[in-house]
Ligand binder design. Structure first.
Ligand SMILES: [Zn+2]
Length: 253
């Protein structure tokens, strides 16, 4: 647990680095599954850039998931769930996006999750195009790092409602593609990266940031020239790309 906590703090600070423009102030949140029915998640209101132990909550998975099916919960009920779901005596409340993190960790095939409000990605997600430009690919590395397909969610009130919609979209995505996405794009809000490690989550967010900047550039110059889907399929399936993907995820450390 101590090692996971340190890795989560390090991932959070990497996402919060000011010049990356992925998150400022209290924006964004991170989580990791501890594999014992609990997970670590950023506490509400804390900043990713200078996160420390006091800004991380350990939360029980079961009460959070149960809340998703409880249609009677209002705002104060949600707060109560967040209070009693804490696995340790901590004065801070887990982030209101704890519900979404629980969905990604339990149904998204992820061990680590990072959500931010990347300026570049939001430039596209907050435009009239929404998530649509990300549904086709324009260069190979985005396929290798961010996955062949990404999931998209229309704007929903953050918190419990959003988590329910993310769960619905994730289930639909898994049924259509046979596995969970690495990226969920929340329109008018920001991206979510789902990874096997904290390194993979950071890689996904950095590549997505680059992808979004290139997309915005192509939209400014003209229209993006999308790769034919057979080409994207081929890149996704190539054994050498598979090897490269494994190396990228492992990283140097
Ligand atoms: Zn957010």
């Amino acid at each position: 647990m101590k090692e996971s906590l340190e890795r989560l703090i390090s991932l959070s600070r990497q996402i919060g680095l000011e010049d990356r423009r992925l998150a400022i102030l209290g924006e964004g949140n991170t989580s990791c599954d501890l594999g014992d029915g609990t997970f670590l998640v950023k506490s509400s209101g804390c900043s990713l850039s200078d996160l420390d132990e006091s800004g991380v909550s350990r939360v029980k998975m079961a009460p959070i998931l149960a809340a998703l099916d409880d249609q009677t919960l209002d705002d104060s009920g949600v707060r109560t769930v967040l209070e009693y779901s804490r696995a340790d005596a901590s004065p801070k409340l887990p982030s209101v996006e704890t519900f979404m993190h629980a969905v990604c960790l339990s149904e998204g095939g992820a061990k680590w999750v990072g959500h931010c409000h990347a300026e570049s990605v939001m430039s596209v997600l907050c435009s009239e195009h929404g998530a649509k430009p990300f549904l086709g690919h324009i260069f190979p590395d985005a396929i290798v790092v961010c996955g062949r397909h990404v999931a998209a969610v229309p704007y929903i009130d953050p918190g419990l409602e959003l988590a329910r919609e993310v769960r619905r979209v994730l289930r639909e995505f898994c049924a259509a593609h046979g596995s969970a996405p690495k990226v969920i794009l929340l329109e008018n809000h920001g991206p979510v990266a789902l990874g096997a490690s904290e390194k993979e989550v950071l890689n996904i967010l950095l590549m997505l940031d680059k992808w979004a900047r290139i997309l915005a550039g192509t939209l400014a110059v003209g229209t993006p020239k999308f790769l034919p889907s057979a080409v994207s399929e081929r890149i996704d399936q190539r054994p050498d790309e598979d090897y490269r993907r494994a190396q990228i995820v492992k990283g140097p450390g």
